[in-house]
Design a protein around this ligand. Structure first.
Ligand SMILES: Cc1ncc(COP(=O)(O)O)c(C=O)c1O
Length: 418
């Protein structure tokens, strides 16, 4: 494998002795940077908190692996519902849920008077927002202004409700000056009901500079709604404090249960929180979500964000010079892709088929995502998404690389699902 001197350092080994003092880490040279020792400890704690995967799980952007404690909390709540009754069990869980709401708001930058509603998912939060924020024909005509490269199901959600879809920029990342100029042009055609920003897309790991974009929107006096489904518990989301509304999901980088999402509402929007939150819901999942948020706080949000950025940088370094694949997030690290998602676009006269490649990796026990063009208007090809969490190892990445280097053999191709 090609190694540049400028390559990001190899990953900390999360399989190292879990009981060792971090300062006695057998993998840590006494001259190691204390940040590397801390990263090894965080990765180890993350790994030890979970049941080992059956293979190599590099699919956190789809759904992360919950910890044993989160699984136990979900189970305990369902048992409590059976033993005590659903309403008493919910009353008993009130403290855990309130702490979960507060800690979630904290991760979103905190803000006095903000309210957090639980939803069924990020998509559910957006559907509810569309209904609540765009109730009139006038609001639907004013429309939603968003950046090109939006997660397609989002724009489909407001278009399905008859809301005008207003697009600026050329994607996948818009800089604040370009955004400002585009807003000025667009505002001549009337003010949108709100600006929608997606922090990290589903089809590319590029991270929008949401803090700077929110400042631009605010300068124009426009309400803002942010999709943090791929950003929450992945990148630093404290800049969300400047947004009016932020929504996200439990099951991805937070590694909480499926079927739970959240929506934080601020200022005049906070009063909508009770109408955003469905009462009939997977309450055990919400309890699991609260536990997952508490675990993130215990691990240290800054350490997790730094650890995932290092995982992404390392993944891109290991996969960057494959003959048949381009890393989409190529560019200076720390600007275009400080997250852990790496996207590979097929290259060449006969580019590899993404679905077959993903199936082949799966046949070798490696779980990644095949993302089809329907995910975003800016996609020119299907892509293969690699989204490891803190427990990924150098050996895991080397395995992906070897499998993507090695063209499928006849017999393996025959054994793949058609
Ligand atoms: C950018 C983005 N927004 C929203 C969603 C929807 O999340 P959920 O399935 O929890 O509704 C996803 C899911 O992949 C996503 O990637």
């Amino acid at each position: 494998m090609r190694r540049d001197p400028s390559d990001p350092p190899p990953l900390a080994d999360p399989h190292a002795d879990p009981h060792a003092d971090p300062h006695d880490d057998p993998h840590a040279d006494p001259h190691d940077d204390p940040h590397d020792v801390a990263a090894a400890t965080t990765a180890r704690r993350f790994r030890d908190a979970r049941v080992p995967p059956a293979g190599v799980h590099l699919d956190s952007a789809a759904a992360g692996r919950s910890s044993r404690a989160v699984l136990a909390a979900v189970h305990a709540h369902t048992v409590a519902e059976t033993v005590h009754g659903a309403a008493p069990a919910l009353a008993r869980a009130a403290g855990v849920l309130d702490r979960g709401r507060a800690q979630t708001l904290d991760l979103l930058g905190g803000q006095a008077g903000a309210a957090l509603a639980f939803t069924h998912s990020a998509g559910d939060a957006l559907n509810r927002l569309v209904a609540l924020l765009l109730p009139t024909a006038e609001a639907r005509r004013a429309g939603v202004l968003r950046v090109r490269g939006e997660y397609a199901p989002n724009s489909a959600a407001w278009r399905a409700a008859g809301v005008r879809d207003r697009v600026v920029g050329s994607g996948p990342r818009i800089d604040p000056e370009e955004f400002d100029a585009a807003l000025r042009r667009e505002l001549r055609a009337g003010r949108p009901a709100f600006v929608h920003l997606t922090w990290v897309g589903s089809h590319v790991g590029t991270v929008q500079d949401v803090g700077a974009l929110l400042a631009v929107a605010r300068d124009h006096g426009l309400p803002t709604v942010v999709d943090a489904a791929q950003a929450f518990a992945h990148v630093d989301t404290r800049a969300a404090a400047a947004a009016d509304v932020v929504y996200g999901t439990s099951r991805k980088w937070l590694t909480g249960p499926r079927g739970v999402g959240f929506c934080a509402l601020r200022g005049r929007f906070a009063a909508l929180a009770p109408r955003m939150e469905p009462f009939e819901a997977h309450h055990a999942g919400r309890v699991g979500f609260a536990h997952a948020v508490a675990e993130l706080h215990d691990l240290g949000p800054a350490d997790v964000v730094a650890g995932l950025a290092a995982v992404g940088a390392r993944t891109r370094a290991v996969l960057r010079d494959l003959p048949a694949w381009d890393v989409v997030e190529a560019g200076p690290e720390g600007t275009t892709a400080p997250g852990a998602t790496t996207t590979l676009r097929p290259r060449g006269a006969v580019p590899p088929d993404v679905t077959a490649s993903v199936a082949r990796l799966a046949a070798h026990g490696v779980l990644v995502t095949a993302a089809g063009r329907e995910r975003s208007e800016e996609m020119t090809a299907d892509v293969l998404r690699v989204s490891p969490h803190l427990d990924v190892t150098e050996a895991d990445l080397a395995r992906v690389r070897a499998l993507l280097l090695d063209p499928p053999t006849g017999d393996l191709a025959e054994s793949l699902p058609q």
